[in-house]
Design a protein around this ligand. Structure first.
Ligand SMILES: [Zn+2]
Ligand SMILES: [Zn+2]
Length: 141
């Protein structure tokens, strides 16, 4: 990728640009994919068409829309937890749903948690979502 602060090529895994010392995805002055200068409000690089929204590089590959929709539709299976990397919490939700599925009360309860969590993912800003669930590793809600 290219440093979004100075436009120099940097390693994808670099936490800071070796040239300017700024985290490569922090600023919005250059396209991370082709190094072309960009406007701070641009959401798409006009040269290469890549998304410049912060989540493309900054969210660790996690998309809050995907997580939200998974939570709403498949929350009773804990799929959104697996998606966010919370394997233990996902397994708990999955197991509770399966073990209580003969009553439909368990899956209903778990599904409600998933639904609420999915909605919370969707209403949060990208930055907030990243700080809370990807970086902050907040387990529930
Ligand atoms: Zn730089
Ligand atoms: Zn570009």
């Amino acid at each position: 990728m290219y440093c979004r602060n100075c436009g120099q090529p940097v390693d994808d895994k670099a936490i800071a640009c070796p040239k300017c010392g700024v985290p490569p995805s922090m600023e919005k002055k250059f396209c991370s994919n082709c190094g072309t200068p960009t406007e701070p409000n641009q959401i798409l690089c006009v040269k290469c068409g890549v998304s410049l929204a912060k989540r493309s590089a900054g969210l660790g590959g996690k998309n809050k829309i995907v997580a939200g929709v998974l939570g709403i539709l498949l929350g009773w299976l804990g799929i959104h937890k697996f998606y966010l990397g919370y394997t233990k919490q996902g397994l708990i939700m999955l197991l509770v749903s399966i073990l209580t599925s003969w009553t439909w009360i368990g899956p209903g309860l778990i599904g409600t948690i998933g639904l609420i969590e999915g909605i919370m993912y969707l209403v949060k800003s990208d930055e907030d979502f990243y700080a809370t669930y990807v970086q902050g590793k907040k387990k529930w809600f």
